[in-house]
Write a protein that binds this ligand. Structure first.
Ligand code: FMN
Length: 177
């Protein structure tokens, strides 16, 4: 497929809103965002370029039954990729977190998703500088970069839009060369 597929997990709906905002900004190059708990591996694998989003819940966990969700989410979807080969696919990850309340697990979900996709041989694009954030540790960090776009609607809501625009400009040529 020549379109970008957008898949998200969510608890209270903010990640879905951002996914929709990203789709709108990408206009006709992206398809309508899909809740990862309501899709199939076949539909996910239909895309060679993907943007995926997730909040971090629990203490540094992906959303799913273990974090109290009544619907399946990333926790239930990822094991279904165990046999999948993602070679040739490019994936950009964005994540929501709270750097003040969870300074030791800030946007961990980005790192958890990254590791699964890389283990399945995908190319993960869209790293983002850690400067401008205030946290202690995160599974989403490599050196001085996050492994995807980190957003914090609790403490830096005014920065999100500009961060998204800059990040999209960066990843677009990598997702659709
Ligand atoms: C129970 C709970 C646990 C959370 N745990 C973390 C965490 O470990 N790390 C983090 O960065 N943010 C954490 N957060 C903050 C959420 O990621 C943040 O509120 C996010 O915007 C929720 O997105 P959603 O509306 O798509 O569910 C937690 C929030 C809740 C309610």
């Amino acid at each position: 497929m020549t379109h970008i597929g957008i898949f998200f997990g969510t608890d209270t709906g903010r990640t879905r809103l951002i996914a929709k905002q990203i789709a709108k900004k990408l206009r006709n190059t992206a398809d309508t965002p899909i809740n990862i708990g309501r899709t199939t591996v076949t539909d996910f694998l239909a895309y060679d370029a993907l943007i995926v989003g997730s909040p971090t819940l629990g203490d540094g966990m992906l959303p799913g039954k273990s974090t109290g969700l009544s619907q399946p989410s990333w926790e239930e979807f990822l094991p279904q990729l165990a046999e999948a080969d993602l070679h040739g696919k490019s994936i950009a990850i964005f994540g929501f977190g709270d750097q003040k309340k969870y300074p030791n697990e800030f946007v961990d979900a980005i790192g958890l998703l990254h590791d699964v996709f890389v283990a399945r041989r995908a190319r993960v694009v869209g790293r983002w500088p850690t400067s401008g954030y205030d946290f202690t540790s995160s599974q989403a960090v490599d050196g001085d970069e996050f492994l995807g776009l980190a957003l914090d609607r609790h403490h830096q809501p005014a920065l999100s839009e500009e961060r998204i625009d800059t990040w999209l400009a960066q990843i677009k040529p990598e997702l659709l060369p």
